[in-house]
Design a protein around this ligand. Structure first.
Ligand code: SF4
Length: 375
């Protein structure tokens, strides 16, 4: 199984916390979309003889493209790759872009899943994050989606921000659950370098983020969503039965994927490829039939660390038999390092599986790091 990710690097407004690659200038849009199609051609054959099971348009804001622009890219993918008839085809969308006509068009050109950046149902939080939409648009958009052909959709929500007090956060979850949203991606706000949020904290406009609030809201989310029938199948992802994201699950399962567009990255045949995060340079290189990317061949240790990092984020955890397929020094290191974690109930081993129990999932980063092999 393989997946294709298409990065659309444009947004209408810069959210204060965001460090993804995007530009708020649309001046290069037409040229860049033509280059994405050309990169699809250049990449054809990279993952030979495998069915594409998932296609994901992320960004940036892919929903600022017209259905005609999106269809043209989808057509190019289907001409150059073999797409499974059951493929999950997702579009990331901002609420203000979705209306009935656009939703109908998206369904008719082949999209069968939406991932909607709601972030909060409170205007105070949305203004703090510098989101382009308001709370009324959030609710209206979800109702429109539910009346459309999309029964498979996800909503992003962000906790831990300065304006997101416990009352807001609990109500956000209640609203999401009452609206019967089948999949929720729940992210804790982080402060990334080169973001406006980082500048605001450095300049004293805001205090540092509150770790205790972060922990409280994370734990409340787990308890509340579990009581409402959601499964936390990955640290940041909750789904109702049969609504797990296939695309993201492939990232956590050592599956190969292609990332196309500026800042896209790929994992093919044990190597990682990183496309340049610069729209103008990307366009210039692709026009010359060069893919502007860096290649990193992953060593067995890199692959081991990555396996630990991705699999322990999931509810199933890792497979001991897979660990045993790594070179003996890594297998021995794992056997040694896991003992203390099992002793302290931070890790559970059950036959071939090893996973982080629900009450320890907030510490996933620390637990996985203690299993990393560092030469
Ligand atoms: S819309 Fe998404 S990609 Fe664009 S700035 Fe906001 S968070 Fe970042």
């Amino acid at each position: 199984m393989s997946g294709i990710y298409i990065h659309i690097p444009f947004c209408r407004k810069a959210c204060h916390y965001c460090d993804f690659h995007f530009s708020t200038s649309l001046s290069l849009k037409s040229e860049l979309l033509a280059c994405i199609e050309k990169e699809i051609e250049l990449q054809a054959g990279t993952i030979d003889n495998t069915k594409i099971e998932t296609i994901y348009f992320g960004g940036g804001t892919p929903s600022l493209l017209s259905a005609i622009e999106l269809e043209s890219i989808l057509n190019k993918i289907s001409h150059r790759f073999s797409i499974s008839t059951e493929a999950e085809i997702t579009l990331e969308a901002n609420p203000d872009d979705l209306d009935k006509a656009y939703l109908d068009e998206l369904a008719s050109i082949g999209f069968n899943r939406l991932s909607i950046g709601i972030q909060s149902f409170f205007d105070e939080d949305l203004q703090y994050m510098n989101r382009i939409h308001n709370s009324e648009e959030s609710i209206n958009c979800i109702r429109l989606v539910q009346e459309s052909q999309f029964d498979n959709f996800s909503v992003d929500l962000i906790f831990g921000g300065h304006t997101t007090n416990d009352e807001h956060w609990n109500k956000n979850l209640e609203k999401a659950s009452n609206l019967d949203i089948p999949h929720l991606s729940i992210y804790g706000l982080t402060v990334e370098p080169k973001t406006a949020l980082n500048h605001f904290i450095k300049s004293g406009k805001y205090p540092p983020l509150d770790d205790l609030k972060f922990g409280r809201q994370f734990s409340y989310t787990q308890a509340y969503l579990s009581s409402m029938g959601y499964e936390q199948y990955e640290v940041s992802n909750y789904s109702k039965k049969n609504y797990r994201s296939k695309h993201n699950s492939a990232y956590w399962s050592e599956k190969q994927y292609l990332g196309i567009g500026p800042s896209g990255h790929s994992f093919v045949n044990g190597a990682r490829f990183y496309n340049i995060s610069n729209n103008a340079k990307y366009v210039e290189a692709i026009k010359n039939s060069q893919i502007p990317q860096k290649k990193e061949i992953l060593s067995p240790t890199d692959l081991y660390n990555e396996y630990i990092m991705t699999r322990l984020r999931t509810i199933e955890g890792l497979r001991i038999s897979r660990i045993h397929s790594f070179p003996i020094f890594l297998k021995k290191y794992f056997e040694y390092a896991k003992e203390a974690l099992i002793e302290s109930n931070e890790l559970i081993q059950a036959e071939d599986q090893c996973y982080i129990p629900s009450d320890q999932r907030i510490f996933t980063d620390r637990i996985t790091q203690s299993l990393f092999y560092v030469a």
